[in-house]
Design a protein around this ligand. Sequence first.
Ligand SMILES: NC(=O)c1ccc[n+]([C@@H]2O[C@H](COP(=O)([O-])OP(=O)(O)OC[C@H]3O[C@@H](n4cnc5c(N)ncnc54)[C@H](OP(=O)(O)O)[C@@H]3O)[C@@H](O)[C@H]2O)c1
Length: 283
Amino acid sequence: MDNQKVILITGCSSGFGLLTAVRLAGKGHLVWATMRDLTRKQSLENELAKRNAQAVIRELDVTKPFTIKNVIEEIQKTHGIIDVLINNAGYGIGGFFEDLSEEEIRSQMEVNFFGVQNVCREVIPLMRKRSRGKIINISSIAGQVASPCLGAYNVSKWALEAFSESLYFELALFGISVCIVEPGSYPTNIFTQNAHYAGNFDNAQSPYFLFSQKLKNLAQNNTKKLKRDPDDVARLIEDIVNNSKPRLRYVSDLSSWSRMIAQKILPPRLVLYIFRKIVDADK
Ligand SMILES: NC(=O)c1ccc[n+]([C@@H]2O[C@H](COP(=O)([O-])OP(=O)(O)OC[C@H]3O[C@@H](n4cnc5c(N)ncnc54)[C@H](OP(=O)(O)O)[C@@H]3O)[C@@H](O)[C@H]2O)c1
């Protein structure tokens, strides 16, 4: 194919990572689809087979630098280059600050923030040598505006946003682009099998118990009603891969963008009023 690229993606066992890997492999790119647990590779293999597409599937846990080094060494031996890195792996932990342990917050940072840095640390030197390459970091609108009961996730994505923005300026000096993708809510495993909650989330003694249960139910109901297609995010990522002059930021869709902008421009007291209406209702 014309313009075939060597693409490394993290977190391909499900969701955006899987869909992006399948989409890009289906278009003829040389995709290295990685996941931390290879026993979960069946869904990816099935989807690749449906599209008659091929990808190299390897183990990579963003919190384990040796797994990152192994994959990069193999890519180097095979192709000598990496054109595109897609930092997708991540999860979100729900819980009010006082219900979260320090360890839970640190683990969230280890994956969503330090995990991205771990992979970038290995890939950037390869791109810098060629003065070309593209890094696409999957953030969230939660990386722009914060919500109650999601603070640890917000912090991890806000940190990722700042890191990515700083890197955008630094790496432009070497011809490398950095892009941030900010999806709103999409029905993937992040809200189901992969959902994480603070250890104290379901502790009836917690002063936050009633609020967190209400928010959990609300989130679960809203997730069931979500009509958005996660493949739209994969399509957006594909557009960024093909764009020779990509922007720094991409919000996934108009309604997510509107929700984000509304929270940015509304006075926090008004947002608080709406939040109280939600959690205080029939208290
Ligand atoms: N879905 C949404 O509404 C939404 C919105 C905004 C942003 N995002 C972001 O989009 C990205 C993908 O999430 P998703 O919605 O596609 O959820 P998902 O289906 O749960 O996929 C998350 C992927 O990340 C992997 N992962 C978790 N910890 C990892 C680690 N230490 N090393 C390597 N891989 C790891 C998971 O692997 P396992 O299967 O082994 O757990 C899984 O493959 C995340 O960064 C998330 O924050 C999602």
